[in-house]
Design a protein around this ligand. Structure first.
Ligand SMILES: Cc1cc2nc3c(=O)[nH]c(=O)nc-3n(C[C@H](O)[C@H](O)[C@H](O)COP(=O)(O)O)c2cc1C
Length: 147
């Protein structure tokens, strides 16, 4: 069969990139606003085959997005142009050989029910220097289930 559409899209890992940024909400997000945000993110990301994880803590977001380079750049452009927050810095951006969050169109955590001290430590380090961003600690926060 000559049918080759949509087969093994992740077979070109050299085109996969991951980007993580830190931003400040202009106004604190209530839970309903966060839920609406997630619904729209998951819808868009599903269409773009973008996956990742979003953390909200004390008025600050930290988000990892990953996927094919052009899709990630389009998604990041949407994120930057959302006037409900202001980007503070890009903490990590690089080619990756495999996705960190292959199953999540956007995993989500708040500091509620999580280890607030470890979240605080990640934000502290990230806000001081992008070069010291502890990506492993960020990934660990999300454990195995993203919802
Ligand atoms: C903290 C934050 C995270 C966001 N993450 C995403 C995202 O992962 N994917 C995306 O397409 N847009 C993201 N956005 C952008 C908004 O969702 C954007 O306003 C929305 O995509 C507009 O699309 P709509 O046409 O569905 O309203 C994010 C915005 C904020 C403030």
């Amino acid at each position: 069969m000559a049918e080759s559409k949509n087969i093994a899209l992740d077979a070109s890992p050299d085109k996969l990139i991951s980007k993580t940024y830190l931003s400040r909400a202009v106004e604190p997000f209530e839970i309903a606003a966060l839920e609406a945000l997630l619904t729209s993110c998951r819808h868009n990301n599903g269409q773009e085959q973008v996956t990742g994880a979003l953390l909200y803590h004390g008025g600050y977001f930290m988000q990892l997005i990953e996927g094919f380079d052009e899709a990630v750049e389009r998604t990041y452009a949407r994120i930057v142009s959302d006037s409900r927050h202001e980007i503070i810095s890009v903490l990590f951006e690089d080619h990756i050989s495999a996705r960190f969050f292959p199953d999540w169109s956007m995993g989500f955590r708040t500091s509620e029910g999580a280890d607030a001290a470890s979240i605080e430590a990640i934000y502290e380090t990230a806000s001081r220097s992008a070069a010291r961003f502890p990506i492993n600690d960020f990934l660990l926060l999300f454990g195995n289930d993203g919802d």
